[in-house]
Design a binder for this molecule. Sequence first.
Ligand SMILES: Nc1nc2c(ncn2[C@@H]2O[C@H](COP(=O)(O)OP(=O)(O)OP(=O)(O)O)[C@@H](O)[C@H]2O)c(=O)[nH]1
Ligand SMILES: [Mg+2]
Length: 598
Amino acid sequence: MSMSSDDLASENTLVPTLCVSTIDVSLANASRKTIESIKLMKNDESLRDVQKTICAGGVHREEFSPPLTLDPNDRISVSVNCSWPVRPALWGKRIVDIPININQDDTECKRDDAITSYRKKTRNVEVLVTGNHSFPSTTTSIIQTCSRFRLLIIGNSGVGKSSLLHKVFGVEGVRASDTNRGIADIDQEFVSPTNERFVVHDSLGFESGDEGNMKVVKDFVARRKAMPELKDQLHAIWLCLETPYAGGRLLDGGVEEFLKRRQEILGQIPLVVVLTKVDQLDIQLELDPPANEDVGQYKSRYLDKYCIGPLHKAAGSDVTHVAVSVQDGYSESLTELVKAMGKNMAESHVDEAPRLVASIAQRVSIKQKIELSIAVGKKRYWRMHLKCAVLHIQTMEEYLQVIRKDVVTAWNFNDPRQCLMDDNIIGALLRPDEPVDTSKAPPNMTSFASFASLLGSALEALKCLSGSGEVILSLAGVAADITISTARIVRETYREAKGDVRILMAYVVDLICIMQAIFLLTSGGRVAVTTKTVDLAVQAYEEPRKIVHRIVKAFDGKLGRDRVLDEIEELIWLHSIADHEIEGFRRKIGEVLATCSS
Ligand SMILES: Nc1nc2c(ncn2[C@@H]2O[C@H](COP(=O)(O)OP(=O)(O)OP(=O)(O)O)[C@@H](O)[C@H]2O)c(=O)[nH]1
Ligand SMILES: [Mg+2]
C-alpha cells in the first residue's frame, strides 16, 4: 500500500491518552455572575455533580485519583449553572455549557515537561483541564474487557483433566481426585494464584442412560451465556476422553448422546474433543507391534477407526479433536491443542478479547505468544512512527515501558516478585552498543547459527562453570553491567539516534527474544521467575543480540511505516524458537542447570 508523505505524517504522529488529574472551573474577576452548580461529563457519561457557590474571581477544583483517562476522541463537557442580579431581589439564571475537545483548535494547549493543560473560556467562565500524557497499554484494555479465559472441562474421573490443565496453563490442584463431587460443582470456579488469566469449571463425564449431567451442562452454558460481562461468559469447552489403546470404545452411550446433541446443548460455544493419554497407545504399539504394517500407518488407521470415525459419526465431521499426552516427548501435542482451540474460537466468532486472553493464559506455545505480542503491539503503538518533534525523552521512556508491559503481560509468566517489570531489564536491553562498522553489509542470519542454537549454546557454555557459586558470581558481573539507570541509557541512546525508529525495532525484538529464553527456563511460566532466570536469559541472549543490533543498525529508518512493521516482524520470526524445538531445548537446559548447581 502506498501512502503520501502527508498521510504518513498524520498517521505517524503519536496521540497519547491524557490522564487528567484536575479540572478547574473559575469565574473571571469582572463577572457579575455567581456559579451555583457545576456538572462535569465525559462524552455522555456524568462524572461529577457539584453544588457549590463560586463568586467572581473564585476557582473550584475537581481532582481525579486515579486519573481520568481521555482518549483522543473523547470529549469533556462542563455545564455551569449561573445566576446574576437582574434587579434588586430578582436573579436571572442561565446555564453556560463549555464542551472541551482537547484536539480542537479552539482549546488552548500548553505543555510543560510532562504536564499538559487545556484551557477554554466562554462568557467569563474558564475551564482548565490538567494532566499528563501517557501511552495506553493494549493489554490493560484487553484485560479490562475480559480479565480471564474461562474454560469448562468435562471428563470422567481419571481421564487426565488436572494433569492437562497443569501442563497447558500451569495451574495446580484444580481438583483432587478424591473429593466428593456433587452436581452443583459445575458452578464452582477454580482459579490459581499462579495464573491469573485463567479460570476453569470442572464437570463430570456423561454416564450411559443418564440425562442428568447433560442437563447440568446445558443449564450451566445457558446461565453463563446470559451473563452480561465477557469475563463471566464461557469461552470454550474441552471434552476429555481417554484414547482407547486395546481396541476399547472411545464413546460410551452417554458421550455419544451428548455429541449428537452438542448444538442444542452448547450453542455457539467452541468445543474441543481432547483424546488424552495418547502415549499409552504408543506404548501398546511398541509392546505389540503390528505384524505387516508400518507403526505410524497402523496408528493413524487405528485412530481413524476407533476415534475419529466414531467422533465424526456422532458429532459431525466439523468437530475439533486433538490427541494429547502430558508425558515427556509430547509437548507438541499440547501446542496443537491450544492452536486448534484458538482456530475454533475464531471460527465460532468468540470476541477478540477472550481470544487474546486465551493466548495470554496458555503456557505451551511460543508461536502463539509471538503472534500475540505482534498483534498487541500492532494494535496501537507499533503503528506510530517515533518522531522527535512529538516525543520528548521522557515520553520515549514511558513509551518503551508500555511496550514492555504489554509484552510481559502477553507472555504471562509466573513472576511473583515482578522481576520482569524491574527497570534493570530495560537497562540491559538498551545499553549502548559498542560502535560497529555499519558500512559493512549486515550479517546474513543464515550464515550464523539460528537464534535457537545460539541461545542453546550460550546456556551450554554455563556448563564450564563448575559450582553454582561461580555461576552466580558470573551472573552478578552481568547484572552490574546492566544496572545503569534506565533513564540515562534511554537518554544517551535517544540523543544519538534522534528518535530513530530503530530503537523501537531493536527493543521489541530484544524483548521478545528474552521472553523466549525465559519461556524455556521456566517451562513456559509454570516455574516462578527469579532474578537469576532473567540474568540467565539476558546472558544467553548476548550473542544473538549483537546480530539483531547489527541488522537493525543497517536498516534504513526513513522508510515508510509498513516497511518498518514488516522488518520488525521478520526479525522477530527470524529469531524465534519453533514449538517443535521447545522440548529439546528444555531438556538441554535442564541438564545444564543441573550440572551447574550440582
Ligand atoms: N500415561 C499417561 N498418564 C496420564 C496422562 N495424564 C494423566 N495421567 C495419569 O492419569 C491419572 C489421573 O490423572 P488426573 O489428571 O488426576 O485425572 P482427572 O481427570 O483430573 O481426574 P479427577 O480429578 O478424578 O476427575 C494420574 O495418575 C495421571 O498421572 C497422560 O497423558 N499419559
Ligand atoms: Mg482432576
